[in-house]
Write a protein of this length. Structure first.
Lengths: 304, 239, 230
């Protein structure tokens, strides 16, 4: 039943592709799918494993920059650059976070903030690779059979990636590893006493989530065509985190809902940017007070 | 020959926390067929000893063997996998997860597949006498049932030694009687080690009792001898 | 001093206390005994002003106190309620927060340290580095620091070594002789009856019976059903 809901939410943006004019709406659809993918990955860390990951956007950024560089400078095809970017991002992310993974919740979050800041600074101060604050422009669309992928196929492709990502997380959480991560989230000391290798499992979750961050980051780079350090800073991490929290953490549909609702908001209120912030703030407060389970708990009413 | 090998052996265990010497040169051992008790004044190092045995803390000096295997220096989860399970003074269960999820969690670190896990879980719940609906959230259980659940979570992994830290704290007399019966029934499953303050539990269950005072082992003998010892009465039981 | 009439406490749909009548006279020690989940903690929390009764009246010194400020009623909860990141000394200071006189606080602290010499030795030690039983002592000592006129203790003997329990029993008796009124709940029925002047037996949210502890030894039936374990 829940899977059906997830599929529904995943398909919803497709409607936007029939808007005819392949302009802003189509662009937003693509972004929604990218955020669905990213939010699902962040949910793996936050919702299911209980780790607050401030570094998520930074890791996505590593993949974006690597992928863009491989395609633009080294002339690689997107399809080969993509896996390299993802794995590199995941490995770097894991290496940077490894010392922090053994820390408890709050301290892990704090060190995440530091690492994210370091990544943003790295993006700015290695202009040879990142072009600094100016960013990298004219990132080409991926090429299939000699032709760059056009709308709406590109957006549908991203949608497929989002579906695979969400599906992968769903499958993982139903496996033994998933049960283990949930147990660690609930009480890590008890887990150790029961024979569970807490740190090793957390590293695995971090690596997998980072892969998804990398996937989303690389796709973003080639979809939007432009990347800069601002696009992968701590505010972006927080934004994704908000999508997970508002949508409903620890569920499969939660991040999908959150991405669906929060992604278009800045564009809808483009003329009244202050309104967008007010709405964001109100949304956070409302969800915290009235819907601790997130928006997805409205659709699934638990029996008493 | 294996029946002669001690269930566990700890030699010259010492542990210091800043300015506080929690344990000083403690030797302890348990035979496979006996139930060992540990009593002593508050702050005498009892829980610290269990923490060191279970790998939660590292001893400054000394070694621990479990059935001949060195476990001192192993991280907690590996000690648990080696067969030493422990419970905590304050009940620790996954309150938000169901009873069944709690018990099967006891096998997550032990590489047992889901079907076999379910089987073992049912068996363990049966042994501890927990008959509640297993889909219930564990936090809804009463105190005694929560303790039963704790036991089931350990038994499911078939430990060699089960160390219980004040298992009857907060239980009323009737429940304490039931707990004594339960622990007696578990003796054929695994070796049992108990820290307790309730003398009835110690005298009913323990074949041998160690007394810790100020981080040292004061005496190590049958309960009847220990509870009549002058120093024990003075420092621990009260006149 | 304390009179409770038809106290009912609901937590959502769960009936914890069902029409309880209870009296505590000044200078008495009253014990509540009964199994877990019987409602003892809820009753104590209402008296301490932590939980509001769903129905019923609580009179303290002839005043209706259902929603009032529990200034001289101190509760030492079962969960200890000590501040782990603070030292023993700091925890005791917190216990005396309503008192402004430094001399008075000093006096109370000396008294408490005399009762619990281990705490005197370790006054600078962080509480979360202490053993469970020692934390329990800090909790009780902290309650005493408030110099309440009614001291309410929820299962004070948990995790305490027998000699400490005996000391606390003596301490409570001494405090009662000095004018303190005490209400405590205990699983250790024998302990409760040995210090209390009167006991209430609580079960399933109701008072099953109440009696004075005088001549308890001559009542084998009572001893059998409630006191068979030390």
């Amino acid at each position: 039943m829940k899977d059906l809901h997830a599929l529904l939410i995943l398909s919803f943006p497709v409607l936007g592709l029939f808007a005819g004019d392949h302009g802003l709406v189509t662009f937003i659809v693509g972004l929604v799918f990218i955020n669905m993918l990213l939010a699902s990955g962040l949910n793996l860390l936050y919702g299911f494993s209980g780790l607050i990951p401030f570094t998520f956007a930074g890791i996505a950024g590593i993949s974006a920059y690597i992928c863009a560089n491989l395609v633009i400078r080294a002339g690689w095809a997107f399809w080969f650059a993509l896996p390299i970017g993802c794995i590199a991002a995941a490995v770097v992310g894991l290496l940077l976070s490894f010392p922090a993974i053994r820390l408890r919740g709050f301290y892990f979050a704090l060190s995440g903030l530091v690492i994210q800041s370091a990544l943003t600074i790295a993006f700015v101060y290695f202009p040879a690779y990142t072009n600094g604050d100016t960013g990298i422009t004219s990132i080409p669309k991926p090429v299939v059979a000699g032709m760059p992928v056009a709308s709406p196929w590109f957006e549908l492709l991203i949608g497929a990636a989002a579906a695979i990502g969400a599906g992968g997380v769903a499958l993982l959480m139903r496996s033994r590893i998933g049960s283990t991560l949930i147990a660690i989230r609930e009480d890590e000391d008890l887990c150790r006493a029961l024979g569970i290798a807490v740190t090793a499992n957390r590293c695995l979750a971090f690596f997998l989530a980072s892969l998804m961050a990398g996937l989303g980051g690389a796709i973003y780079a080639h979809f939007v065509g432009f990347i800069s350090p601002r696009g992968f800073d701590v505010l972006v991490s927080l934004n994704l985190w908000l999508m997970v929290a508002v949508g409903g953490r620890g569920t499969v549909t939660g991040p999908l809902l959150g991405a669906l609702i929060l992604t278009p908001l800045p564009y809808v209120f483009q003329q009244y940017s202050w309104l967008k912030d007010v709405i964001y703030g109100a949304a956070i407060i409302a969800v915290v007070i009235f819907l601790p389970g997130g928006l997805q708990s409205i659709t699934f009413r638990k029996s008493a | 020959m294996t029946s002669q090998q001690p269930l566990f052996q700890a030699t010259a265990i010492s542990k210091r926390f800043g300015g506080l010497q929690a344990l000083v040169d403690v030797d302890a051992a348990q035979r496979p067929d006996e139930l060992l008790g540990l009593i002593g004044p508050n702050g005498s190092g009892k829980s610290t000893f269990v923490n060191i045995m279970s790998g939660t803390l590292k001893a400054d000096r000394g070694e621990v063997w479990l059935q001949g295997q060195v476990i001192s220096g192993m991280p907690q989860h590996e000690v648990a996998r080696a067969g030493l399970s422990r419970t905590f003074q304050a009940i620790k269960i996954f309150r938000e997860l169901s009873i069944m999820e709690n018990v099967t969690a006891g096998l997550l670190g032990h590489g047992i597949g889901p079907a076999a896990a379910l089987e073992r879980a049912r068996e363990a719940l049966d042994r501890v006498g927990l008959v509640s609906d297993t889909t219930l959230k564990a936090g809804r259980l009463g105190l005694f049932d929560q303790r039963r659940l704790e036991f089931a979570m350990r038994l499911v992994a078939r430990p060699k030694l089960l160390m219980l830290d004040e298992p009857v704290g907060g239980l009323n007399p009737e429940e304490i009687r039931a707990m004594i019966a339960l622990i007696t029934a578990l003796r054929d499953q695994c070796g049992i080690f108990i820290i307790e303050h309730t003398m009835k539990v110690i005298t009913s269950l323990a074949d041998r009792v160690m007394v810790f005072v100020n981080g040292r082992k004061l005496i190590d003998d049958k309960p009847s001898v220990v509870l009549r010892d002058r120093a024990v009465i003075e420092t621990y039981l009260g006149a | 001093m304390l009179m409770i009439r038809e106290l009912t406490v609901n937590y959502g749909s769960f009936l914890a206390v069902d029409g309880v009548d209870l009296t505590v006279n000044r200078g008495e020690i009253v014990g509540l005994i009964g199994p877990n989940g019987a409602g003892k903690t809820s009753i104590l929390q209402v008296i301490a002003g932590i939980v509001a009764p769903t129905r019923g009246r609580v009179f303290y010194e002839d005043e209706l106190i259902n929603h009032s400020d529990p200034r001289d009623r101190m509760l030492v909860p079962e969960t200890r309620g000590v501040f782990g990141m603070m030292s023993v000394y700091e925890n005791l200071l917190v216990g005396a927060y309503s008192c402004k006189e430094r001399v008075e606080i000093r006096g109370r602290m000396d008294r408490v340290f005399r009762l619990f010499p281990i705490l005197a030795e370790r006054r600078r030690q962080l509480v979360n580095t202490m053993s469970g039983g020692q934390q329990q002592m800090v909790a009780i000592a902290s309650g005493l620091m408030g110099a309440p006129r009614l001291l309410v203790l929820d299962e004070p003997s948990i995790g305490l070594a027998p000699v400490v329990i005996k000391d606390i029993a003596n301490t409570l008796s001494t405090l009662r002789d000095d004018g303190l009124t005490i209400l405590l709940s205990e699983q250790n029925a024998k302990l409760a009856t040995s210090i209390s002047d009167r006991i209430y037996v609580v079960q399933a949210g109701r008072i099953q019976m109440t009696r004075s502890t005088k001549g308890l030894d001559d009542d084998p039936e009572f001893v059998e059903s409630f006191l068979s374990l030390s």
